[in-house]
Structure formats: structure tokens, C-alpha cells
Write a protein that binds this ligand. Structure first.
Ligand SMILES: Cc1cc2nc3c(=O)[nH]c(=O)nc-3n(C[C@H](O)[C@H](O)[C@H](O)COP(=O)(O)OP(=O)(O)OC[C@H]3O[C@@H](n4cnc5c(N)ncnc54)[C@H](O)[C@@H]3O)c2cc1C
Length: 349
């Protein structure tokens, strides 16, 4: 049994400090921070292992709403999904003192520069990563932060009090634009375009239900934000259980694989790595085998944590999961799905 707080094979046992009811269908689970066992950036998520009598366990991702370096606890907020297994299990069963296994934090939905002006566009439980970004940018950055936040009605607004407090403390840097569907109707692309027009030079982060995100992205593109300045987090359920997968996958075809390899140059966190990339293996498997600390979580193409950009050369992907056509046209790939096609590939994370 893993001791609370110790990181083993990329997973850590987290002790629940408190459970807070946020709205009738959303609860915040507050974990003791395990110290160096878990570092994270604003906007990243945890992958929790949820027990199941049917399958042993299921894995579900939940974005951290806490601010790294400022909150002494880790916080995730779980909104019940109708007929969903994991979200309802967490809301119904978790209590103070419980220990839950989690993968270490992951995700690429995080600002590279906290001093930039940020436009955060969220709906419903999509607020969780955005709150972490709001807090961290206000505490550690210098730019303006604009939050557009849509909800069904006043009772379903998660973190209403926290947002009021943040606004009271930073009225000169924080702008909050609430949208209530019971008063204003659904936030259409045209409405979003007109409300967000003044922020066309900002770096944008969108999180919420799929149709909302589609409309928000279109609105931002129409007001002239370049594609590279729009970041999106998709809240999907994992269909596999990454807790039961080995940290590295070693194929039985060793020598054969090495013979049929491409060359790859990977730029990650300012360091350039060069090595052979066996054509039968995914980029993430090869990086992990070589001891490179590459970003990944689900390894199914669903969470988008291992997104990278092809600078030159050609790859193929088993599944394009979290990517859309424009992402692919922009050269984005998922490291956990990518295998080389050309003899030489250059990739940047
Ligand atoms: C990066 C990321 C961040 C996210 N952040 C958040 C967040 O901050 N807040 C939030 O609320 N959500 C978040 N999500 C979504 C979250 O991960 C789940 O998708 C969501 O909670 C719904 O999960 P669910 O299990 O309740 O529903 P579903 O996935 O719809 O549950 C149904 C599934 O569970 C299976 N199932 C049913 N019964 C059982 C059983 N007994 N045993 C095993 N399997 C069973 C079914 O086969 C079915 O596939 C995030 C997702 C991602 C990828």
C-alpha cells in the first residue's frame, strides 16, 4: 500500500482534507498537498483512480482549481454527470481522511507567460482550470485577466464567492463577465463575439461543454485571435485505465524495431534530444524508455496532455482523439499516438 504523499511510478496517494459542497451538483475535494511529490502548473489536472466493483477501477481527470505556490492544498471540483459513474461515485463517497490514488499532474492547458493579458472563457465546471489560471496570474503575473463565465442560473455558479473576493482584491486587473442562461439565453457565437471583441490581443483559454467551446472558439477567431493564441481543454472521460499500464511499454521486437527506425529531434523544456525512433513505437513510449520526462497522461489520445508540434518530417497517428482538423493543419500531434513515417522528424513540445 502506497504511503500518502509518496510518488510511486508517476502516481501519488492523496489524503482528503475536506469535501465542500459548491452547488447542488458539484463538490470540491480538498487534498493535503504532498509537497515535492506533486508539482503542477495552473490549468493542469489530476487523474484520480476511482474504485469499481465491475472493473476494479476507472480513471477520471479533474482539473486543479488551486494556485500552485499559493494554496497549501490541492483542490479539484467534480460536477455530477447524469448517469456518470466516476463523478457520482466521487460526490457520493469521498470524505475527509480517505486516501485516493492520483497520477501526477499533467496537461498543456497552461499559460506560458503569466505576464500576458489573458482572456479566460468558461462555462459550468469548465471554471476549474480557469480559476487556477486566474489566481496564479493575479498573484504571480502583471497582465490583465478577463474571465467570461457562463452558467445556467445563479445557483449553479461554482466559486461565486471566491471570484467576488478576487475581484475586490484586484479590481484594476481582473474583469469578470458573468452570463446567466436563465436571463440571457444561450451564449451564441454572435453574443460572445460582441462581448469579447475588446480583448482581441489577449491569450485565450476556453473550457466548458463542447457546443459552448465551439461557439467561443469561432467567436475568438472572428474577432481576429490567431489560432495559436486560443487554447482549449476538452473534458472527456478516459476509456482505458492508465493506472494499470506499465510506465513504459517494451515491445518484444527489440532488435527488429531498432533496425527499422527513423531519426527524431525533440525539443522539450529548452533541451534538445536526438535519438532513433523505432517505427513500431509511439513517441511517448520512446521518450519514456529513454528517461525523458515527456508530458503525458491517458496515452489514449483523449486528454491532449502530450500535444506537440511537428517542425519537419512526417508522422502518422493511430487516433487523432483530442485534435481537430485545424490543430492537425497547424502541425499539432499527440505524442502517445504518433509513429514516424519519414526518415527524419523534428518535434517541439
Ligand atoms: C483534462 C480533463 C479535465 C477535467 N476536469 C474536470 C473538472 O474539473 N470537473 C469535472 O466535473 N469534470 C472534469 N473532467 C471530466 C471528467 O474527467 C469526467 O469525464 C466526468 O466527471 C464524467 O465522468 P463520469 O464517469 O461521471 O461519466 P461517464 O464517463 O459518462 O460515465 C459513464 C462511463 O462509466 C462506465 N461505468 C458505468 N458504471 C461503471 C462501473 N460500475 N464500473 C466501471 N465503469 C462504469 C460506463 O461504461 C461509461 O463508459 C475533466 C476531463 C478531462 C479530460
Amino acid at each position: 500500500m502506497e504511503e500518502p504523499g509518496s510518488a510511486v511510478n508517476g502516481s501519488v496517494a492523496l489524503t482528503v482534507r475536506e469535501v465542500i459542497t459548491e452547488t447542488p451538483d458539484a463538490k470540491t475535494i480538498v487534498f493535503d498537498h504532498p509537497g515535492d511529490g506533486l508539482r503542477y502548473r495552473p490549468g493542469q489536472f489530476l487523474t484520480l483512480r476511482i474504485p469499481s466493483e465491475r472493473t476494479g477501477s476507472v480513471a477520471r481527470c479533474y482539473s486543479l482549481s488551486s494556485a500552485p505556490g499559493h494554496d497549501d492544498a490541492l483542490r479539484v471540483t467534480v460536477k455530477r454527470t447524469v448517469d456518470g459513474y466516476g463523478s457520482n461515485w466521487l460526490c457520493d463517497n469521498v470524505a475527509a481522511g480517505h486516501v485516493i490514488e492520483s497520477l501526477v499532474s499533467a496537461g498543456a492547458f497552461t499559460p506560458k507567460d503569466l505576464d500576458r493579458d489573458l482572456l479566460l472563457v468558461g462555462a459550468g465546471s469548465g471554471i476549474t482550470p480557469l480559476l487556477s489560471i486566474v489566481k496564479t496570474a493575479l498573484f504571480d503575473g502583471t497582465g490583465r485577466v478577463v474571465l467570461f463565465y457562463a452558467n445556467r442560473d445563479p445557483a449553479s455558479v461554482i466559486f461565486a464567492a471566491t471570484l467576488r473576493e478576487l475581484f475586490a482584491e484586484h479590481p484594476d486587473r481582473l474583469t469578470i463577465l458573468h452570463w446567466l442562461e436563465n436571463v440571457q439565453g444561450l451564449p451564441t457565437t454572435a453574443a460572445l463575439q460582441s462581448m469579447l471583441q475588446p480583448y482581441d490581443g489577449f491569450e485565450a483559454f476556453i473550457c466548458g461543454p463542447k457546443p459552448f467551446m465551439r461557439g467561443a472558439r469561432l467567436a475568438l477567431e472572428q474577432i481576429g485571435l490567431p489560432r495559436g493564441q486560443i487554447h482549449i481543454e476538452n473534458f472527456v472521460s478516459l476509456s482505458e485505465d492508465p493506472f494499470t499500464q506499465p510506465a513504459t511499454i517494451v515491445t518484444a521486437r527489440g532488435d527488429e524495431d531498432e533496425a527499422d527506425s527513423a531519426g527524431v529531434t525533440v525539443l522539450l523544456d529548452g533541451v534538445t534530444h536526438e535519438f532513433d525512433w523505432p517505427r513500431s513505437k509511439t513517441l511517448i513510449d520512446v521518450l519514456l524508455e529513454r528517461g525523458v520526462d515527456a508530458p503525458y497522461s491517458c496515452r489514449e489520445g483523449e486528454c491532449g496532455s502530450c500535444q506537440a508540434t511537428v517542425l519537419s518530417g512526417q508522422i502518422e497517428m493511430t487516433s487523432v482523439g483530442a485534435l481537430d482538423e485545424e490543430d492537425i493543419a497547424d502541425g499539432l500531434i499527440l505524442g502517445c499516438q504518433a509513429r514516424p513515417v519519414s526518415d527524419q522528424v523534428s518535434i517541439e513540445f
